[in-house]
Design a protein around this ligand. Sequence first.
Ligand code: B12
Length: 212
Amino acid sequence: MPGVLDEIKQAVIDGNAGAAKELTNKALAAKVDALEIFQVALIPAMDEVGRRMQAEEYYIPEVLLSARAMRTSSEILKPLIAGNPNMKPAGKVVIGTVRGDLHDIGKNLVAMMLEGASFEISDLGINVTPDQFVAKVNEVKPNLVALSAMLTTTMMGMKETIEALKQAGVRSSVKVMVGGAPVNQRFADEIGADGYAADAATAANLAKSLVA
Ligand code: B12
Protein backbone atom coordinates (compact mmCIF):
# COMPACT_ATOMS: atom_id res chain seq x y z
CA MET A 1 0.00 0.00 0.00
CA PRO A 2 2.55 2.57 -1.13
CA GLY A 3 0.04 5.45 -1.44
CA VAL A 4 -0.73 5.72 2.25
CA LEU A 5 2.95 5.31 3.19
CA ASP A 6 3.85 8.23 0.92
CA GLU A 7 1.05 10.22 2.51
CA ILE A 8 2.32 9.48 6.04
CA LYS A 9 5.82 10.47 4.99
CA GLN A 10 4.51 13.72 3.54
CA ALA A 11 2.40 14.44 6.65
CA VAL A 12 5.52 14.15 8.82
CA ILE A 13 7.59 16.30 6.46
CA ASP A 14 4.76 18.87 6.52
CA GLY A 15 4.62 18.69 10.32
CA ASN A 16 0.93 17.74 10.23
CA ALA A 17 0.41 15.60 13.36
CA GLY A 18 -3.34 15.25 12.83
CA ALA A 19 -2.87 13.83 9.33
CA ALA A 20 0.00 11.62 10.52
CA LYS A 21 -2.23 10.09 13.19
CA GLU A 22 -5.21 9.61 10.88
CA LEU A 23 -3.12 8.11 8.06
CA THR A 24 -1.22 5.81 10.44
CA ASN A 25 -4.53 4.43 11.72
CA LYS A 26 -5.78 4.12 8.14
CA ALA A 27 -2.70 2.15 7.13
CA LEU A 28 -3.00 -0.16 10.14
CA ALA A 29 -6.70 -0.74 9.38
CA ALA A 30 -5.62 -1.75 5.86
CA LYS A 31 -3.22 -4.28 7.47
CA VAL A 32 0.00 -2.47 6.58
CA ASP A 33 2.72 -3.76 8.88
CA ALA A 34 3.64 -1.32 11.67
CA LEU A 35 7.35 -1.89 11.09
CA GLU A 36 6.93 -1.09 7.40
CA ILE A 37 5.25 2.21 8.29
CA PHE A 38 8.20 3.02 10.52
CA GLN A 39 10.86 2.07 8.02
CA VAL A 40 9.26 3.23 4.77
CA ALA A 41 7.47 6.38 5.95
CA LEU A 42 8.69 7.77 9.29
CA ILE A 43 12.46 7.27 9.12
CA PRO A 44 12.78 8.54 5.51
CA ALA A 45 10.56 11.50 6.46
CA MET A 46 12.91 12.50 9.29
CA ASP A 47 15.90 11.98 6.98
CA GLU A 48 14.27 14.47 4.60
CA VAL A 49 13.58 16.89 7.48
CA GLY A 50 17.26 16.63 8.44
CA ARG A 51 18.29 17.31 4.86
CA ARG A 52 16.03 20.38 4.67
CA MET A 53 17.39 21.64 7.98
CA GLN A 54 20.96 21.35 6.73
CA ALA A 55 20.00 23.08 3.49
CA GLU A 56 18.39 25.86 5.58
CA GLU A 57 15.03 25.19 3.93
CA TYR A 58 13.65 24.26 7.37
CA TYR A 59 14.21 26.12 10.60
CA ILE A 60 13.49 25.17 14.21
CA PRO A 61 9.68 25.63 14.13
CA GLU A 62 9.31 23.33 11.10
CA VAL A 63 11.62 20.72 12.63
CA LEU A 64 9.67 20.75 15.91
CA LEU A 65 6.38 20.31 14.04
CA SER A 66 7.79 17.41 12.01
CA ALA A 67 9.21 15.79 15.12
CA ARG A 68 5.82 16.09 16.82
CA ALA A 69 4.08 14.51 13.82
CA MET A 70 6.66 11.71 13.79
CA ARG A 71 6.06 11.09 17.51
CA THR A 72 2.27 11.05 17.07
CA SER A 73 2.61 8.27 14.55
CA SER A 74 5.38 6.39 16.32
CA GLU A 75 3.44 6.35 19.62
CA ILE A 76 0.70 4.41 17.80
CA LEU A 77 3.21 2.06 16.19
CA LYS A 78 5.61 1.38 19.06
CA PRO A 79 3.43 -1.09 21.01
CA LEU A 80 2.80 -3.02 17.77
CA ILE A 81 6.49 -3.14 16.90
CA ALA A 82 7.78 -4.13 20.34
CA GLY A 83 8.92 -7.70 20.19
CA ASN A 84 9.34 -7.74 16.42
CA PRO A 85 12.83 -9.22 15.95
CA ASN A 86 13.31 -7.21 12.76
CA MET A 87 12.91 -3.91 14.61
CA LYS A 88 16.45 -3.36 15.74
CA PRO A 89 17.06 0.07 17.24
CA ALA A 90 20.06 1.78 15.68
CA GLY A 91 21.49 1.93 19.22
CA LYS A 92 20.82 3.34 22.65
CA VAL A 93 21.62 6.93 23.54
CA VAL A 94 21.80 8.64 26.92
CA ILE A 95 21.40 12.38 26.37
CA GLY A 96 21.34 15.40 28.66
CA THR A 97 22.34 19.02 29.17
CA VAL A 98 25.30 19.20 31.51
CA ARG A 99 25.42 20.46 35.10
CA GLY A 100 24.49 24.12 35.67
CA ASP A 101 22.91 24.50 32.25
CA LEU A 102 19.16 24.87 31.82
CA HIS A 103 18.98 25.17 28.01
CA ASP A 104 17.15 22.28 26.42
CA ILE A 105 15.67 23.35 23.10
CA GLY A 106 18.70 22.24 21.06
CA LYS A 107 19.17 19.09 23.12
CA ASN A 108 15.51 18.18 22.58
CA LEU A 109 15.88 18.69 18.85
CA VAL A 110 18.90 16.41 18.80
CA ALA A 111 16.98 13.79 20.81
CA MET A 112 14.08 13.98 18.38
CA MET A 113 16.31 13.60 15.33
CA LEU A 114 18.04 10.63 16.94
CA GLU A 115 14.67 9.10 17.73
CA GLY A 116 13.70 9.67 14.10
CA ALA A 117 16.86 7.79 13.11
CA SER A 118 15.52 4.88 15.27
CA PHE A 119 17.79 5.29 18.28
CA GLU A 120 16.36 4.45 21.71
CA ILE A 121 16.65 7.60 23.82
CA SER A 122 17.12 8.02 27.56
CA ASP A 123 16.78 11.74 28.12
CA LEU A 124 18.10 12.93 31.48
CA GLY A 125 16.90 16.49 30.87
CA ILE A 126 18.79 19.57 32.03
CA ASN A 127 21.37 20.32 34.75
CA VAL A 128 22.65 16.74 34.70
CA THR A 129 25.62 15.98 36.96
CA PRO A 130 28.48 13.70 35.87
CA ASP A 131 27.32 11.16 38.47
CA GLN A 132 23.82 11.12 37.01
CA PHE A 133 25.27 10.40 33.55
CA VAL A 134 27.39 7.59 34.98
CA ALA A 135 24.41 6.08 36.84
CA LYS A 136 22.28 6.12 33.68
CA VAL A 137 25.08 4.61 31.62
CA ASN A 138 25.37 1.78 34.15
CA GLU A 139 21.62 1.30 34.07
CA VAL A 140 20.85 1.30 30.33
CA LYS A 141 24.25 0.39 28.85
CA PRO A 142 24.00 2.78 25.87
CA ASN A 143 26.17 2.82 22.76
CA LEU A 144 26.33 6.58 22.90
CA VAL A 145 26.32 9.43 25.42
CA ALA A 146 25.27 12.82 24.00
CA LEU A 147 26.17 15.95 25.97
CA SER A 148 24.73 19.40 25.38
CA ALA A 149 25.95 22.75 26.75
CA MET A 150 24.94 26.29 25.78
CA LEU A 151 27.06 28.33 28.16
CA THR A 152 30.79 28.92 28.14
CA THR A 153 30.54 28.53 31.91
CA THR A 154 29.03 25.03 31.70
CA MET A 155 30.89 23.51 28.76
CA MET A 156 33.61 22.20 31.07
CA GLY A 157 30.86 20.00 32.52
CA MET A 158 31.35 17.91 29.38
CA LYS A 159 34.98 17.29 30.26
CA GLU A 160 33.98 16.45 33.85
CA THR A 161 31.38 14.01 32.58
CA ILE A 162 33.93 12.28 30.34
CA GLU A 163 36.32 12.11 33.32
CA ALA A 164 33.55 10.62 35.48
CA LEU A 165 32.84 7.98 32.82
CA LYS A 166 36.57 7.13 32.85
CA GLN A 167 36.65 6.96 36.66
CA ALA A 168 33.64 4.65 36.62
CA GLY A 169 35.42 2.38 34.12
CA VAL A 170 32.75 2.73 31.42
CA ARG A 171 34.36 5.26 29.06
CA SER A 172 35.55 2.60 26.62
CA SER A 173 32.11 1.01 26.36
CA VAL A 174 30.42 4.16 25.03
CA LYS A 175 31.02 6.80 22.38
CA VAL A 176 30.62 10.38 23.55
CA MET A 177 29.34 13.12 21.28
CA VAL A 178 29.07 16.76 22.23
CA GLY A 179 27.33 19.84 20.91
CA GLY A 180 25.80 23.21 21.71
CA ALA A 181 26.48 26.80 20.66
CA PRO A 182 29.84 27.35 22.41
CA VAL A 183 31.20 23.91 21.47
CA ASN A 184 33.32 23.19 18.41
CA GLN A 185 35.40 20.35 16.98
CA ARG A 186 38.58 21.63 18.59
CA PHE A 187 37.00 21.68 22.03
CA ALA A 188 35.56 18.21 21.44
CA ASP A 189 39.06 16.95 20.56
CA GLU A 190 40.60 18.65 23.57
CA ILE A 191 38.24 17.02 26.06
CA GLY A 192 38.51 13.60 24.41
CA ALA A 193 35.01 13.35 22.95
CA ASP A 194 34.48 10.96 20.04
CA GLY A 195 32.48 13.39 17.96
CA TYR A 196 30.99 16.86 17.59
CA ALA A 197 28.09 18.05 15.48
CA ALA A 198 26.91 21.59 14.92
CA ASP A 199 23.20 20.84 14.53
CA ALA A 200 20.57 18.19 15.07
CA ALA A 201 20.58 16.86 11.52
CA THR A 202 24.35 16.40 11.50
CA ALA A 203 24.08 14.90 15.00
CA ALA A 204 21.86 12.09 13.68
CA ASN A 205 24.37 11.27 10.93
CA LEU A 206 27.26 11.46 13.39
CA ALA A 207 25.46 9.11 15.78
CA LYS A 208 24.89 6.58 13.02
CA SER A 209 28.55 6.67 12.02
CA LEU A 210 29.76 6.42 15.64
CA VAL A 211 27.79 3.24 16.31
CA ALA A 212 28.43 1.71 12.86
C1 B12 B 1 16.39 30.26 24.76
C2 B12 B 1 17.59 30.73 25.55
C3 B12 B 1 17.50 30.69 26.94
C4 B12 B 1 16.30 30.09 27.66
C5 B12 B 1 16.44 28.57 27.64
C6 B12 B 1 15.08 27.89 27.51
C7 B12 B 1 15.24 26.43 27.20
N1 B12 B 1 14.23 25.70 27.62
O1 B12 B 1 16.18 25.99 26.61
C8 B12 B 1 16.49 30.69 29.09
C9 B12 B 1 15.69 31.97 29.16
C10 B12 B 1 16.10 29.80 30.24
C11 B12 B 1 17.97 31.07 29.09
C12 B12 B 1 18.69 31.30 30.25
C13 B12 B 1 20.01 31.75 30.27
N2 B12 B 1 20.76 32.05 29.20
CO1 B12 B 1 20.23 31.63 27.39
N3 B12 B 1 19.81 31.64 25.56
C14 B12 B 1 18.75 31.23 24.90
C15 B12 B 1 18.95 31.50 23.39
C16 B12 B 1 18.18 32.79 23.06
C17 B12 B 1 18.53 30.45 22.42
C18 B12 B 1 19.12 29.06 22.67
C19 B12 B 1 18.40 28.08 21.81
O2 B12 B 1 17.48 27.39 22.26
N4 B12 B 1 18.76 28.04 20.52
C20 B12 B 1 18.07 27.21 19.54
C21 B12 B 1 18.64 25.80 19.53
C22 B12 B 1 17.92 24.94 18.50
O3 B12 B 1 19.98 25.88 19.15
P1 B12 B 1 21.14 25.24 20.01
O4 B12 B 1 20.73 25.20 21.43
O5 B12 B 1 22.40 25.87 19.64
O6 B12 B 1 21.15 23.72 19.57
C23 B12 B 1 21.60 23.28 18.30
C24 B12 B 1 23.10 23.02 18.23
O7 B12 B 1 23.85 23.75 19.17
C25 B12 B 1 23.24 21.54 18.38
N5 B12 B 1 23.30 20.93 19.69
C26 B12 B 1 22.80 21.34 20.87
N6 B12 B 1 23.02 20.42 21.82
C27 B12 B 1 23.68 19.39 21.25
C28 B12 B 1 24.16 18.19 21.77
C29 B12 B 1 24.83 17.30 20.93
C30 B12 B 1 25.33 16.01 21.49
C31 B12 B 1 25.03 17.63 19.57
C32 B12 B 1 25.78 16.71 18.70
C33 B12 B 1 24.55 18.82 19.04
C34 B12 B 1 23.88 19.70 19.89
O8 B12 B 1 22.06 21.05 17.75
C35 B12 B 1 20.97 21.92 18.10
C36 B12 B 1 19.91 21.84 17.08
O9 B12 B 1 20.35 22.11 15.79
C37 B12 B 1 20.51 31.70 23.32
C38 B12 B 1 21.00 32.64 22.22
C39 B12 B 1 21.18 31.95 20.92
N7 B12 B 1 20.76 32.60 19.88
O10 B12 B 1 21.72 30.85 20.88
C40 B12 B 1 20.81 32.26 24.72
C41 B12 B 1 22.20 32.02 25.32
C42 B12 B 1 22.66 30.61 25.09
N8 B12 B 1 21.94 32.21 26.75
C43 B12 B 1 22.90 32.84 27.35
C44 B12 B 1 22.89 33.19 28.72
C45 B12 B 1 24.04 34.04 29.20
C46 B12 B 1 21.87 32.75 29.58
C47 B12 B 1 21.76 33.06 31.08
C48 B12 B 1 23.06 32.99 31.87
C49 B12 B 1 21.10 34.44 31.22
C50 B12 B 1 21.03 34.99 32.62
N9 B12 B 1 21.83 36.01 32.84
O11 B12 B 1 20.28 34.47 33.44
C51 B12 B 1 20.73 32.01 31.54
C52 B12 B 1 21.45 30.74 31.99
C53 B12 B 1 20.51 29.74 32.61
C54 B12 B 1 21.24 28.44 32.78
N10 B12 B 1 21.80 28.23 33.95
O12 B12 B 1 21.31 27.67 31.87
C55 B12 B 1 24.04 33.20 26.41
C56 B12 B 1 25.25 32.31 26.60
C57 B12 B 1 26.54 33.08 26.52
C58 B12 B 1 27.69 32.21 26.69
N11 B12 B 1 28.54 32.21 25.68
O13 B12 B 1 27.88 31.54 27.67
C59 B12 B 1 23.33 33.09 25.02
C60 B12 B 1 24.25 32.71 23.87
C61 B12 B 1 22.70 34.49 24.75
C62 B12 B 1 23.75 35.59 24.58
N12 B12 B 1 24.09 35.94 23.36
O14 B12 B 1 24.23 36.12 25.54
N13 B12 B 1 18.45 31.13 27.83
